[in-house]
Design a protein around this ligand. Structure first.
Ligand code: PAF
Length: 282
């Protein structure tokens, strides 16, 4: 596995591979890798000739009161995991490389970024869109792999690629869960054992919503109420949102007539967690 930190060298390598006719898959990450990330590498390996991961804790997507400083950095372990899982190339740039002192150009993120995470974490998607576009420029891959756990992030990246005519396909991959339902996340390691138990409220609320829909309930508000009740009984410490939304626009749905997505963000202790699930109508 090649580990590169120079963007010029990385671009040259990917360009050469493209000229050899290779299909390239890119898995952007912030490190602190878990099974969810590795499943993206596996998907890239299945669908492409070359799987490239990037590891960069992107400062511009963190708000002033967020966890940038304490965000887990486990580079050595990440590299071992990537190598053991067949990753071909890893790009690990420094902050100064990605954001040199006079860096002042940012992507204005698409409309779908405005609600939910966008409202609670102002500037977050501007940072995500900017870094993802930069990574796509340095690593001109054919396919970008992202986890569905960050549902709105995938929607934002898809819309950015469409709006800016980026020649890359976006693959959204299944959320990987622990055996008890907790969605895997680098932030789960902040949870104490008792907080981890309470964090199960998120996946339980989504399961409850799914059951209600399968029983024939089409009232978005009623399902949201049920999700909140489940979260409150866990109990989580605060709920940022628990909503039933349209899968593309992420607008709230009052009456369900086709596929919808349940999205949740809640805090357990000081850890902010998100989760989501897609519900088909039967
Ligand atoms: O999902 C993440 O880990 C990050 O938001 C991403 C896409 C790597 C951009 O920094």
């Amino acid at each position: 596995m090649k580990v590169l930190s120079s963007s010029e060298e990385t671009y040259r390598l990917v360009d050469q591979m493209r000229m050899q006719g290779k299909r390239i898959g890119i898995v952007p990450t912030m490190g602190a890798l878990h099974e969810g990330h590795l499943s993206l590498v596996h998907k890239a390996k299945q669908q492409c000739d070359v799987a490239i991961a990037t590891i960069f804790v992107n400062p511009t997507q963190f708000g002033p009161n967020e966890d940038l400083q304490k965000y887990p950095r486990t580079l050595q372990n990440d590299l071992e995991l990537l190598s053991a899982n067949g990753c071909d190339v890893v790009f690990t740039p420094t902050d100064a490389q990605m954001y040199p002192q006079d860096h002042s150009t940012f992507v204005e993120p698409p409309r779908v970024s405005q609600a939910w995470e966008g409202q609670i974490r102002p500037g977050h998607f501007r940072g995500v869109a900017t870094i993802v576009l930069k990574l796509f420029q340095i690593l001109p891959a054919h396919v970008g792999y992202f986890g569905r756990k960050d549902y709105q992030q995938v929607a934002v990246i898809r819309a950015m690629c469409r709006d800016l005519n980026l020649p890359i396909a976006i693959e959204a991959c299944q959320t990987v869960r622990e055996s008890d339902g907790l969605a895997m996340s680098s932030r789960n390691r902040y949870l104490s054992p008792s907080e981890r138990q309470r964090a199960l409220g998120l996946s339980r609320a989504l399961k409850g919503a799914e059951m209600l829909i399968h029983q024939g309930c089409t009232d978005g508000r009623q399902i949201e109420k049920l999700m909140r009740k489940e979260l409150e009984s866990s109990p989580v410490d605060s709920i940022d949102y628990a909503a039933i939304v349209h899968p593309d626009t992420l607008e709230p749905i009052e009456t369900i007539t086709s596929e919808v997505v349940g999205i949740i963000a809640a805090r357990v202790g000081t850890t902010r967690l998100i989760d989501n699930a897609t519900f088909a109508l039967h």
